[in-house]
Design a protein around this ligand. Structure first.
Ligand code: SAM
Length: 320
């Protein structure tokens, strides 16, 4: 297995650990759902015979299905997940799968070497400056307008939020840090770099409005079965647009507590980021049923985008 060492934010290593892998691969992602997602990607991206990169492939659940039709490189940061993907790959298809350990911000792959890239299942938006303490970050909300006012820029993002002086300074500091270099955008530029001109991307991100409403109305969730327990606590920082989560995974005697942070992009923001990275948006879906996107009800946003034909390698680190 090819491996490239990178400095990564600690939370991804804590959260995507042993129990996440075991629980999600064995219990939480029904094979019917995976088949539907992979089939959707195959049809939309017209994948037959193409060179495909399954970015942040995890334990390879989509790669296993796509390899029936084409060759797939599966890239992930977690070596254990990649090993599991190889162990569980259908034997007759192993020659069509190449696992690579790497960081999505700096892909160890050549320019113009793929026809299509997938980045599925909440795998975008990881690179944020986590708040010093998730619990301290919860702001007192005085009153808020409906989400549409913020999304359309009719009021400033912090309208209706109470912020003590200290927090205002910290927030101003962090947003200027983030404006200077958004590593999530680096990921999009890296994808553009490794795609051929005209190459396609399918990228899934959460749909902000239903997600934020769900977090506000039920910030704590439990999933308790006879085999395992998952307890989650969410909060949303409206100013920095960061979803924070602390999860307790328990399987038998094994318990892991981990946190994650996700930059939540609006449709407008993600469209603009894709364009800046060199893509044209072909279509926006709201689910793997292929329904058009609705800001109020869709479970997610699935962008189908194409690297512009005139787009050379966008990355600073062009690799020929
Ligand atoms: C939510 S999982 C999704 C996995 C897979 N796409 C799926 O649908 O099952 C996110 C994956 O991103 C990987 N990951 C996290 N940070 C990464 C990074 N910087 N570069 C590459 N992969 C990363 C994790 O190891 C994990 O497997």
């Amino acid at each position: 297995m090819t491996s490239y060492g990178m400095k990564t934010p600690e939370w991804t290593q804590r959260y995507f650990g042993k129990l996440y892998g075991q629980l999600y691969s064995r219990h939480l992602l029904p094979s019917k759902q995976t088949r539907q997602e992979a089939e959707f990607a195959r049809q939309v991206l017209e994948l037959r015979g193409k060179r495909v990169l399954d970015l942040a492939c995890g334990f390879g659940r989509h790669s296993k299905i796509l390899a029936r039709h084409t060759t797939v490189v599966g890239l992930d940061l977690n070596n254990e997940y990649l090993r599991q993907a190889v162990r569980e790959f259908p034997k007759r298809l192993t020659h069509r799968f190449a696992p690579i350990r790497g960081d999505m911000r700096q892909l160890p792959l050549r320019d113009n070497s793929f026809d299509a890239v997938l980045l599925l299942f909440n795998s975008f938006g990881y690179f944020v400056q986590p708040p010093a303490s998730p619990s301290l970050n919860v702001k007192r909300e005085l009153w808020k307008l409906p989400q549409v006012f913020y999304e359309r820029g009719l009021v400033p993002n912090d309208f209706g939020c109470y912020r003590p002086q200290e927090q205002q300074e910290a927030s101003a500091r962090s947003s200027s840090e983030e404006n200077s270099r958004d590593e999530n955008e680096e990921v999009l530029k890296e994808i553009a770099r490794v795609l051929v001109p005209g190459g396609r991307l399918l990228i899934e991100a959460p749909n902000p409005r239903p997600l934020i409403e769900a977090v506000m109305s039920a910030p704590r969730r439990w999933l308790i079965t006879k085999d395992f327990e998952i307890e989650e606590e969410f909060s949303y920082d409206r100013l920095r647009k960061i979803l924070s989560n602390v999860t307790r995974f328990a399987l038998g005697d094994h318990v892991e507590v981990a946190d994650y942070y996700l930059r939540i992009y609006s449709r407008r923001e993600l469209s603009a980021a894709l364009r800046r990275a060199g893509f044209t948006i072909i279509e926006l879906f709201g689910s793997y049923d292929g329904e058009p996107y609705s800001p109020t009800v869709s479970p997610c946003m699935i962008f189908h985008a194409k690297k512009r034909e005139d787009e050379k390698s966008h990355g600073k680190r062009s690799r020929g």
